[in-house]
Ligand binder design. Sequence first.
Ligand code: CA
Length: 335
Amino acid sequence: MRVHAVVIVALLSLVAAVAAIAEDIESHLGHTGPAYEAGATPASLGWGSDDQVYPDQIVVNPVDGAEMVWVPATTFGLGSTKEEVEAIWHTNAWDDQRLGNTMDEFPAHEVTLTKGYWLYKHEVTVGQWAKYLADTETDPQEYWDELQALPNMPVVFVHWEAVQPYLEWAHGGLPTEAQWEWAARGPERRAFPWGQEWDRTKCNNAEFWAEASLPDEVSLDNWKRSVLGPPGTDFKVKTLAKYLGDVGRFPEGAAWCGAEELAGGVFEWCADWYTDGYDTTQSSEDPTGPEFGEWRILRGGGWSSFAGQCRSAYRYGEGEWAESYYSGFRVAIVP
Ligand SMILES: [Ca+2]
């Protein structure tokens, strides 16, 4: 009898331990928020005002299971002033040759986002993409056989056109460039999502892995070569497993609204066409960018980017059909 009692106690302990682990995983993933329903805002959920930010509270998109944070409506300055750019270059001793890449951030200009929006806390993951592929019987992209073994990693090799049906399936859209930058900057006009100072340990970027500043193109290219091999080397998904990895690893780099990895991880597609500099003749209310263009906006830098590309104001563009190891997306929903 005593042996049986010991076994039962041991079993009960095991059950309790497993339950505790499950609870721990659940709290770690933050799956404690309500399921999103069309039209839901913080006020309707009883959180308080829709004008506030709730960085510790999430709702879950029941379609793909993604966690979403609330970003309130605002008026803010989109883009950079010359003084802002020069100051951050000077502070960090970045190569002046790279200043040319900031010209498209000018001029800083006031825009109004008339509606708050839900924004995915993380970049869309491989696991969420797998659910979309299965639900919609969509053919997967290149490298999928290997990518699908990494379900918690941001999905990559997805071009702008490929993500459009995902957005429809998930009842959302890509953030506009203004929505993306406001989520990263916030009312303190942060240069990086976490604050004004560069810190290579707060997001997934090349300088985090190099454990050093990569102040010019030569140092960045040398690092990339050490990771990816010389130009022309076939890309290997195992490189992503090592360097990109799972979402949620840089919580200290979260933005004021609770969104993580806006900087670094993967570059994120936005809805707008790219222009070389902002066209301030466009409406300043809920701006959606130019009507036509050649490239679509990508934001936030990625795991193989240097510090300056991880700035909240940094703009990059690629063709709609470009897919790569460094670009993915997150979803925004205007309720
Ligand atoms: Ca990112």
